[in-house]
Design a protein around this ligand. Structure first.
Ligand SMILES: [Zn+2]
Length: 205
């Protein structure tokens, strides 16, 4: 699927799984959904015919950057969590992310980056930086593998143990199936965001 589809479905999945009732929880779900949803396509180069990957990364960076700045100004809790966890494990988390992303970037399309192992390692790296990312990043990553499995190109879930992947052979990555998932993800994201904000407001009164 295309990058915007992975973003909307990743965020919707993270919001659905974490059911946040606080601003920091909502921010974490949106950021983690973006990160998990987008990082599985890190091997896609930003060549003229693959501009989509670049646009997805710009959107994800913009969303995460904006939420991090808002959190830094308003003190919702994500930066506090990063600072309270800061230490040896933070460095390990960064190193895991760096190494996994470099290996992923250099790997062939839909091999290592489209496996459970990759999603687990990316989740581990992020959650060692802040525990807020544990469930949202995992949810976003799994959502990426699930919707890519609907394509006509196999997804090697158990790579490297089983290099031959699976696919439902239903739709092409850039055609009508992709559009359906993208809009479904967007509508679900809006519904879940409104629902969680309403819940939050109700709980605070
Ligand atoms: Zn993919």
């Amino acid at each position: 699927m295309m990058s915007k589809t992975h973003l909307t479905v990743g965020v919707a999945t993270a919001l659905a799984v974490t059911t946040p009732t606080t601003v920091d929880g909502i921010f974490a779900a949106v950021m983690g959904g973006c990160i998990g949803g987008i990082l599985c396509d890190i091997e896609c180069k930003s060549t003229p015919d693959m501009r989509d990957a670049l646009y997805g990364r710009i959107i994800a960076a913009g969303v995460c950057g904006t939420l991090l700045i808002a959190d830094a100004i308003m003190g919702f809790g994500i930066w506090k969590s990063v600072l309270s966890q800061l230490g040896f494990l933070t460095i390990i988390g960064f190193l895991i992310l760096l190494v996994v992303c470099i290996i992923g970037r250099c790997s062939e399309h839909r091999t290592f980056t489209h496996s459970l192992l990759y999603v687990v390692l990316v989740t581990l790296g992020c959650s060692l930086i802040t525990e807020y990312m544990l469930i949202p990043v995992f949810a976003g990553g799994i959502s990426h593998l699930v919707i890519d499995t609907f394509n006509k190109k196999p997804v090697p879930w158990l790579y490297p143990f089983k290099k031959k992947g699976i696919c439902f052979n239903i739709c092409y990555a850039s055609k009508v199936g992709n559009a359906i998932f993208m809009w479904l993800g967007l509508v679900l994201t809006i519904i879940l965001l409104v629902w969680r904000i309403m819940t939050m407001l109700t709980l605070s009164t």
